[in-house]
Design a protein around this ligand. Structure first.
Ligand SMILES: Nc1ncnc2c1ncn2[C@@H]1O[C@H](COP(=O)(O)OP(=O)(O)O)[C@@H](O)[C@H]1O
Ligand SMILES: [Mg+2]
Length: 229
């Protein structure tokens, strides 16, 4: 399994960065993948989450200062981790920029609201600027719809608006479910806490879609706005 770096980035708190990052990591970890987390948010959400219970104790997570993110990624690569997941703060910092530069996949989580969409679109502009400075960057950027109400009109509307604007959301949505918070309270994630529940079904589909993007499945495309050519 080739080494891949995935970061969760958006300039808005509460979008679902930390939750989505932890759920992705935990699902891989449970499946025996060597996965490590870089917690670049000064709030240390992921490190505290793991310390809260037993389920995720074996999952490596390093609280990392912004100026140390690039080096931390290299260290984890040298240590042989197959998947390195970076959680960034809800504001731009050196951590954000370095995470983007070194990522194979940047996920921009957003709740289904016009304000969240605007911030997500601004985030993609920022990503564009950062990677434009690189001679080569063949990473992929995708929006991830989070905390949607299943079957709601607003989620469908936001998805259509994104696609019309040339952005590509993942097909999977991490819809709003109480179990995310309940599992977090127990230092866990749905994959451990409620392995047969609906949230775990969503997370499994999320993992599958991410794996497809990382392995460059033909037809999924790469590039900032999913240029499929
Ligand atoms: N799919 C979801 N369903 C229900 N609650 C969620 C979901 N995703 C995130 N949350 C909750 O929303 C809040 C903000 O999520 P969080 O991942 O911390 O966002 P961010 O890291 O972007 O600030 C948390 O209380 C979290 O438990
Ligand atoms: Mg967070």
């Amino acid at each position: 399994m080739p080494q891949k770096v995935i970061s969760f980035v958006t300039m808005k708190g509460g979008s679902g960065k930390s939750t989505s990052a932890m759920c992705l990591a935990a699902h891989w970890y449970k499946a025996g993948v060597r996965v490590a987390l870089v917690d670049a948010d000064p709030a240390a959400t992921l490190v505290r989450w793991i310390e809260t219970g037993d389920d995720l104790n074996g999952l490596r997570a390093a609280a990392t200062a912004p100026e140390a993110v690039a080096e931390q990624i290299n260290t984890l690569k040298a240590d042989g981790f197959q998947r390195i997941i970076i959680d960034t703060p809800g504001f731009r910092s050196l951590a954000t920029d370095d995470a983007i530069r070194q990522s194979d996949l940047v996920l921009v989580p957003m709740r289904p609201s016009p304000v969240d969409f605007q911030v997500a679109a601004d985030t993609v502009e920022l990503i564009d600027q950062i990677v434009a400075e690189r001679a080569t960057w063949d990473g992929t950027v995708r929006f991830l719809m989070s905390q949607t109400t299943r079957g709601s009109v607003i989620a469908r509307h936001m998805r259509a608006q994104m696609e019309a604007a040339g952005y590509y959301p993942l097909a999977v949505e991490l819809s709003s479910r109480v179990v995310y918070g309940e599992a977090a309270l127990a230092g866990s994630t749905p994959s451990f806490y409620q392995p047969r529940g609906g949230a775990t079904v969503d997370i499994a589909a999320f993992v599958t879609e991410v794996e497809g993007l990382l392995s460059g499945t033909p037809g999924t495309g790469t590039g900032i706005k999913n240029r499929t050519g």
